[in-house]
Write a protein that binds this ligand. Structure first.
Ligand code: NAD
Length: 356
């Protein structure tokens, strides 16, 4: 397996591998860019089909974290870790402690938080062996950043609706949510409270039932959710759902969801634009979680955190305005803006030295 020639390799600063015979841990940590600060990002556990698939995921996800934190105005770099394994069968306290040792061995360049396949309790177990973890606050949600992620996606959606439809309400709008887990559930809750008609699909019957019973979400088939005739589609399950095969089936005018790396390839954003579908870059609208984690680490007041999350809507509105102005895909504009922030940060000390 080659790292430097891997398709998703983007001059990552650090890619570290761990194999621990005693516990069966096989994991990768990737730090994409630490210009803005230590690389904070989730630790994902997934039964990857191959080592290459795990490497591809961690490289793409860590790069996405760089852009996410930069656009959110956070003093954090981009990093991520993956554990190769099935979280329902392979996760043991010993394995998590070994992951803690692996994180500790990076000396603080990477700080782990929860992600798909890991929860706050798992990060707490890792913290027995490393101080480089985040998201363990004893708040209303026990440190879980998902409600903040959902709130940020909701605010992004509101900005997109204003931009595309010129209205400030979800009343009567139809939204389809793929995945009613930690984020999808809270997103559905906000939308239902605002009068939206919400359709939802989930491969997990218990999660689907909870959303239908508690929120009045209308259950639809997992095979149909992406192609529903709705105003907004919210992918909140997994990555690469918007691809060559699925995009022609999309009937929604707006796509805005929490899942990381929703686009399978960069060309997919241009494809959506050509079809007149407004795509809200995932790394911009799903930043509520990392903003939450940051404010947990710095012990900020809740009002400070909320005000920070509110900025997601403003930034998205700006990106969509610029994208319209220059007729280019929103994802490209958002990436350019993030790179611009990074460039400015890199030049800052030089500019200061020149001025003195
Ligand atoms: P989760 O695991 O709690 O929920 C995902 C849900 O999607 C589950 O209920 C699962 O059963 C369902 N699902 C999986 N495959 C599906 C399919 N093919 N069709 C329909 N449903 C399917 O995860 P989450 O924390 O809610 O995160 C959702 C997405 O948002 C993930 O991609 C995650 O990386 C991303 N994200 C989450 C956060 C956060 O704060 N939790 C932050 C940023 C990004």
């Amino acid at each position: 397996m080659s790292v430097f020639s891997a398709p998703a390799f983007d001059q990552h600063e650090l890619v570290s591998f761990c194999s621990d015979r005693a516990t069966g841990l096989r994991a990768i940590i990737a730090v994409h860019d630490s210009t803005l600060g230590p690389a904070v990002g989730g630790c994902r556990m997934f039964p990857y089909a191959s080592d290459e698939a795990a490497l591809h995921d961690v490289l793409r996800l860590s790069r996405g974290m760089t852009y996410k934190s930069a656009l959110a105005g956070l003093p954090l770099g981009g990093g991520k870790s993956v554990i190769i394994g099935d979280s329902r069968q392979d996760k043991t306290p010993e394995l998590l402690r070994a992951m803690g040792d692996f994180v500790e061995s990076q000396g603080g360049r990477y700080v782990a938080a929860e992600d798909s396949g890991t929860g706050v309790a798992d990060i707490r177990t890792m913290s027995e062996r490393t101080r480089w973890v985040s998201g363990l606050d004893d708040n209303e949600y026990g440190g879980d950043p998902s409600p903040s992620t959902a709130w940020g996606v909701y605010l992004g959606m509101r900005a997109a609706v204003r931009h595309r439809l010129g209205v400030d309400t979800f009343d009567g709008l139809k939204v389809a949510i793929q995945g009613l887990g930690h984020v999808g559930f809270y997103l559905a809750k906000h939308l239902r409270e605002d009068g939206a008609i919400v359709y939802g699909a989930d491969v997990n019957a218990a999660n689907l039932e909870r959303a239908t019973k508690e929120l009045g979400v209308i259950a639809v088939d997992v095979a149909e959710v992406l192609g529903l005739e709705v105003d907004i589609l919210a992918p909140c399950a997994m990555g690469a759902v918007l691809n060559e095969q699925s995009i022609p089936r999309v009937r929604a005018g707006i796509i805005c969801g929490a899942a990381n790396n929703q686009l399978a390839t960069p060309a997919d954003c241009a494809h959506l634009k050509d079809l007149g579908i407004l795509y809200c870059p995932d790394f911009l609208v799903n930043a509520g979680g990392i903003i939450d984690v940051h404010h947990q680490r710095s012990g900020s007041a809740d009002s400070v955190k909320q005000a920070h999350i509110e900025r997601i809507g403003t930034t998205l509105a700006e990106v969509l305005r610029r994208a319209d102005e220059c007729h280019r895909p929103s994802e490209v504009i958002a990436e350019e803006l993030a790179r611009e922030y990074l460039r400015r940060e890199r030049l800052a000390p030089v500019a200061l030295a020149e001025a003195s």
